[in-house]
Design a protein around this ligand. Sequence first.
Ligand code: PEP
Length: 248
Amino acid sequence: MANRKYIVGNWKMNGLRENLGDIADIAAIAAGHDGVDVGICTPATLIAAAVQANPGFAIGAQDCHFAESGAHTGCLSAAMLKEAGATYSILGHSERRADQQEGDTEIKGKAEAVHAAGMGAIICVGETEEERDACQAIEVVTVQLANSFPDGASADWLTIAYEPVWAIGTGRVPAASDVEEMHAAVRAKLGELMGHGSEEVRILYGGSMNGDNAAELLAVPNVDGGLVGGASLTAAKFGPIIEAASAA
Ligand code: PEP
């Protein structure tokens, strides 16, 4: 049986209180599509206000430290994010892997920390353009997945996002056949890593998804939803993706 579709917006370093109206508009669209799970990962500064203004709408974080507390200036723990109202967090986004040199072992620790706090985790994996050109994409992604895979994972709290680095924010999208091949490889690796229950772990596609290409991407086998950056910032852009997921 197909998994319920899951559409998550990643606002990255965008959004002030003046943008809370966009979240309210998106939450209203989501409420009208109850066959799809929808959420927005806001900057941490907006989590509490977004949760308060939109009860029942899933607000997430974009990162979380692996430690419970301590001398980690500028970082936020899972307990802090949960207290603010986040129910899940993106982890290991390629921008953090590149800008903050995050590695798989650290990402595994982050996932275990958010789970321990009772939150969900979306672990991002994806190859660079050079790695794809060198025919290493599947090897790179499955190794990232294996090395960042949290202990005790289950589908009720873990989601994987396949995000080819070269497709993020570029307007470029892989061929549907390449997405299908990669999502099948991720599904097979999940089977090796966790056995029972691996079919229910949702695998999102991320990278320049928009209202024009969402229906095609969401129809690919093993694509259980989307992680969406630029096109999640307004209801006008995000709404059509939610609608595509509802129709898929
Ligand atoms: C992302 O950053 O997770 C992402 C998919 O961005 P975009 O949709 O803008 O490519």
